[in-house]
Design a protein around this ligand. Structure first.
Ligand code: ADP
Length: 276
C-alpha cells in the first residue's frame, strides 16, 4: 500500500441486520502516512522555534545574572550588557513578527489587499528604508524597471516585504568586496518577472531545493550572526503563492545567485481578498 496503514475488520452476518445474508468481512484500510508526516513536520517546527528562542533568551538571562552579580556598578560593563540584551530582544521580536506572518499566510487568513501598484514606487521605498544597510555593505544596487512593465495588481505591503527580504539577503550574504545587486523587471505574457541578481557566493546545488523551507539555512551561524531568522524566503514563497505567482532561484556556486519572482499582472477576481 506504499505508506503506513492500519486496518479495521468489520465482520458481517453477526448483527440482526446481517441475518440471512452470507457471512463476509469488510477490511477498511486507513492510510496514516499523511497524518504521521504532518505530525512530524509539526514536531520539527516546534523544536526549531524553541531552539531559535532559546539562544537569545539564554543570552539575555546570562547578562541579567552578570548585572545582578555586581556588574551593575561597572558602568561600561553595564552598558555593554544592556546593548547585547537589547539586540537579542530585537531578534526575538523579529522572530515573532516573521512567525506571525507565516502563520497568517499559511491559513490564508491574511487579508491581502490587491490594488494597482507601481513597482518603481515599491522599490523606491525599500531603497530609502535600507539605505544605511546598502551603504554599510558598500553595495551598488541598480534597478531596471521600465515604466511599461512597472504596473501590476498586488498587495503593496506584502510585496514590499518580499522584495526587501530578497535585497536584504543579497546584502547579507554578499561578497566581502563590492556587493552588486541588479534588480530587473520584464514582462512575459500575462506575468511580470522580477529578478534579484547578486554577485555573492551563491548557493550550493544540494541546498537550492530547500532554501524556501522554514528555518533552512546554508550556514546557520552566518545567518544568525547577520541577523537572519531563517524565515525570510519561506515568507517570500507564501506571499508570492498567495498572489498566484511563483519564486525560484538559479545559482552557480561561486558566481552569485538570482532569485526570480513571477507575478500575474492582473489578479483573477476569485483570488482577491478585499479588506473587510
Ligand atoms: P535567513 O534569515 O537565514 O536569511 P532566508 O529564508 O531568507 O533566511 O534564507 C535561507 C538561507 O538561504 C540563508 O540562510 C542563506 O544560507 C541562503 N541565502 C538566501 N539568500 C541568499 C543569497 N542571495 N546568496 C547566498 N545565500 C542565500
Amino acid at each position: 500500500f506504499g505508506g503506513t496503514t492500519h486496518f479495521d475488520i468489520h465482520v458481517g452476518g453477526l448483527s440482526p441486520r446481517g441475518q440471512g445474508r452470507p457471512p463476509g468481512a469488510v477490511i477498511v484500510f486507513h492510510d496514516v502516512t499523511k497524518v504521521r508526516n504532518l505530525e512530524s513536520v509539526r514536531r520539527e517546527f516546534v523544536a526549531n522555534v524553541s531552539h531559535e528562542f532559546r539562544t537569545p533568551l539564554a543570552i539575555i538571562n546570562g547578562y541579567i545574572e552578570t548585572l545582578l552579580d555586581g556588574a551593575l556598578d561597572d558602568r561600561p560593563m553595564a552598558e555593554k550588557s544592556l546593548k547585547v540584551m537589547y539586540k537579542n530582544g530585537q531578534r526575538l521580536t523579529l522572530l515573532i513578527e516573521d512567525l506571525m506572518t507565516i502563520s497568517k499566510m499559511e491559513h490564508r487568513s491574511a487579508m491581502l489587499e490587491f490594488r494597482p501598484l507601481d513597482l518603481r514606487e515599491v522599490f523606491r521605498k525599500i531603497l530609502h528604508r535600507l539605505q544605511s544597510a546598502v551603504a554599510e555593505r558598500n553595495a551598488q544596487v541598480t534597478i531596471d524597471c521600465p515604466e511599461e512593465v512597472s504596473y501590476l495588481e498586488g498587495d503593496a505591503r506584502h510585496l514590499d516585504q518580499v522584495f526587501a527580504n530578497l535585497l536584504e539577503n543579497a546584502l547579507r550574504y554578499g561578497t566581502a568586496n563590492q556587493v552588486l545587486v541588479a534588480i530587473s523587471v520584464i514582462r512575459d505574457a500575462d506575468d511580470v518577472v522580477i529578478s534579484f541578481q547578486d554577485n555573492g557566493p551563491g548557493i550550493p546545488l544540494e541546498d537550492q531545493p530547500h532554501i524556501f523551507e522554514r528555518f533552512y539555512r546554508v550556514h546557520k551561524d552566518r545567518s544568525r550572526v547577520a541577523g537572519g531568522t531563517g524565515l525570510g524566503l519561506s515568507i517570500v514563497k507564501h506571499v508570492i503563492q498567495a498572489h498566484g505567482g511563483a519564486v525560484s532561484v538559479e545559482s552557480v556556486p561561486g558566481q552569485g545567485a538570482t532569485f526570480k519572482v513571477r507575478l500575474p499582472v492582473a489578479q483573477a477576481a476569485t483570488e482577491t481578498h478585499p479588506t473587510p
